[in-house]
Design a protein. Structure first.
Length: 101
């Protein structure tokens, strides 16, 4: 009986993990060697590198960059909102490559 309960719980956990909502992360191409470093400081959106702005326009064409942050490793945290009302946070390096947390 314990094995049946354990198998049911494990199956449920596995299916729950597969069914998680993938929102804005679907189009992100992750640089495999990138390691995200925290301690971001807010910057003006106009100070973002052209490559980052181009990546946002390419992968999130309906997005607006609400806030931008930068850390010492020249990585950027962007708070985006889409025309359909969705919002999220994405991370990029200075070359416009997406970074996954």
């Amino acid at each position: 009986m314990k094995n049946l309960i354990l198998a049911t719980v494990l199956s449920f956990v596995g299916l729950s993990a597969m069914a998680q909502d993938v929102s804005m992360n679907e189009a992100e191409a992750v640089a495999p060697e990138a390691t995200l470093i925290q301690d971001f400081q807010e910057i003006d959106v106009a100070d973002l590198p052209a490559a980052v702005i181009t990546a946002v326009k390419k992968d999130y064409p309906t997005a607006t960059i609400n806030k931008a942050y930068k850390n010492e490793s020249n990585q950027f945290k962007l708070e985006l909102s889409l025309k359909d009302g969705a919002s999220g946070t994405v991370y990029a390096d200075a070359e416009g490559n997406w970074i996954e947390l």
